[in-house]
Design a protein around this ligand. Structure first.
Ligand code: UDX
Length: 438
């Protein structure tokens, strides 16, 4: 059995590295030559914990990286589509990479004897696998689904920052197929990979596609819910959002996870998937009032942070403000849709002077803001002469901040959006989202 993986981003490369490390015979494909070179030199093109280790193991065992899609189609029994489906400026989903990959697979099928199972892992709105991807492959290959190939939807739930861990131990595998034979083959593959006890749910492609959106929309809803309660807490002296989250999380009907109040959700998935769902719902004639409110609540978090700063500094104009944490969450260098980006944009519009620091994401942020902001080489440089520091990402290094670190600030004002310093006795003015002001 040979496995092809088309698109070596977070999902594709993590999957390829895990499969290869376990000895599965894998060809990973990407059309970005620079990326291929980097991966072949055993270096992941982005930071992800444990990925480098697994990639090295995989390359030493049974992972081959290629920029030849015909080779993948000619040799592989399963072809996983893991290309990105980013958000267009209009809010619609950009299917161009997926459409191109599908066309290339179809064309390559004309030169192949294999009848592969084509597995759509990329996140797509309900109906896309059957109505778009299947049709493109049928047209370009001259073969019918169920005959020359079989198409199956298999959404991915991994999180950045724990992509390897999540790939090794998924909570669920969802298989949405059109015929029993291909469903059973993919099920057997996953049972071989994860053992016979792995939880597998079988359904049709459109339900599988919707499961992914429902999953991410619900996670976004949970975060916006706790952020809304957190905003309420802000004006009640002595109240603590984390104690509230801990208590309601004990109720098994609610659950503990995704109840951490903060600056709002960012990243390449939750904001995008929510927007896509809103667009999709409107298109099919359903008014997604709840999902719109979830997004609006998320947008309000940045306004609230700015209001907190303005309350203390009167005006932010010409004030030196330090932002700690640029990636959308800790343990990643990914700044896509990061809340810090939104905060910096808002403060720049108000003519603040911005200094930033992040253990991993400085380079990625530099490509967005170039010379409009100052990039500090160290924490002490970041805090020196600053009139306010805003903690945005809960990196471990920031949880260790102590009084001496804030000594050189011009005004000792700390705005902690994640409450990581809330237990400390700080010789500074300390404001935190979700902690009522006394
Ligand atoms: C998400 C989904 O969790 C994953 O299942 C899907 O496959 C891809 O999208 P990811 O984007 O990697 O994963 O990040 P996630 O851990 O979900 O965090 C998203 C954002 O929500 C981050 O900005 C994070 O800081 C924020 N968040 C998360 C909170 O503010 N509070 C929480 O309690 C949890």
């Amino acid at each position: 059995m040979k496995i092809g993986i088309i698109g070596l981003g977070f999902v594709g490369l993590s999957f390829a590295a895990v499969l290869g490390s376990k000895g599965f015979s894998v060809i990973g494909f990407d059309n970005n030559k620079k990326k291929i070179e980097k991966i072949n030199s055993k270096k992941p093109p982005f930071f992800e914990p444990k990925l480098e280790l697994f990639l090295k193991k995989a390359l030493a065992k049974s992972l081959e990286i290629s920029s030849d899609i015909r080779k993948v189609v000619k040799n592989c029994d399963f072809i996983f589509l893991t290309v990105g489906t980013p958000k267009l400026k209009s809010g619609h989903i950009d299917l161009s990479m997926l459409k191109n990959a599908s066309k290339d697979i179809g064309t390559s099928l004309r030169y192949s004897q294999k009848k592969p199972i084509i597995v759509v892992k990329s996140t797509v709105v309900p109906g896309t696998t059957i109505n778009t991807i299947r049709q493109i492959i049928e047209k370009s290959s001259g073969e019918k689904n169920g005959n020359g190939f079989n198409i199956v939807t298999n959404p991915e739930f991994l999180k950045e920052g724990s992509a390897i861990e999540d790939t090794l131990n998924p909570h669920l595998v969802v298989i949405g197929g059109l015929n029993k034979k291909s469903i059973n083959r993919l099920r057997s593959f996953y049972q071989e990979l994860y053992g016979p006890k792995i939880k597998i749910m079988i359904t049709n492609p459109q339900t599988a596609e919707m499961i992914k959106y429902a999953n991410n929309s619900f996670l976004a809803t949970k975060i916006s819910f706790i952020n809304q309660i957190s905003s309420l807490c802000q004006s009640i002296p002595g109240i603590n959002i984390d104690e509230i989250a801990d208590a309601i999380g004990v109720d098994p009907r609610i659950g503990k996870q995704f109840l951490k109040a903060g600056p709002g959700y960012g990243g390449s998935c939750l904001p995008k998937d929510l927007s896509t769902m809103i667009e999709f719902s409107s298109k099919i004639g359903t008014n997604p009032v709840l999902l719109k409110a979830v997004r609006q609540t998320n947008d309000l978090q940045i306004k609230q942070i700015v209001q907190l700063i303005e309350k203390k500094l009167k005006s932010v104009k010409n004030k030196r403000i330090t932002i700690l944490g640029l990636s959308f969450k800790e343990n990643t260098d990914d700044v896509r849709e990061s809340r810090s980006t939104e905060l910096i944009k808002t403060l720049l519009r108000k003519n603040s002077k911005i200094t930033v620091h992040d253990p991993m994401a400085m380079k990625n942020m530099e490509s967005i803001f170039t010379n409009k902001i100052t990039y500090a080489n160290s924490l002490s440089e970041a805090l020196k002469n600053s009139q306010c520091v805003v903690i945005m990402t809960p990196w471990k290094v920031y949880t260790k901040l102590k009084n001496s670190d804030f000594q050189k600030m011009e005004k000792k004002l700390i705005v902690d959006t994640r409450r990581i310093l809330s237990g400390k006795n700080l010789n500074a003015e300390y404001l935190a989202l979700g902690l009522g002001l006394n």
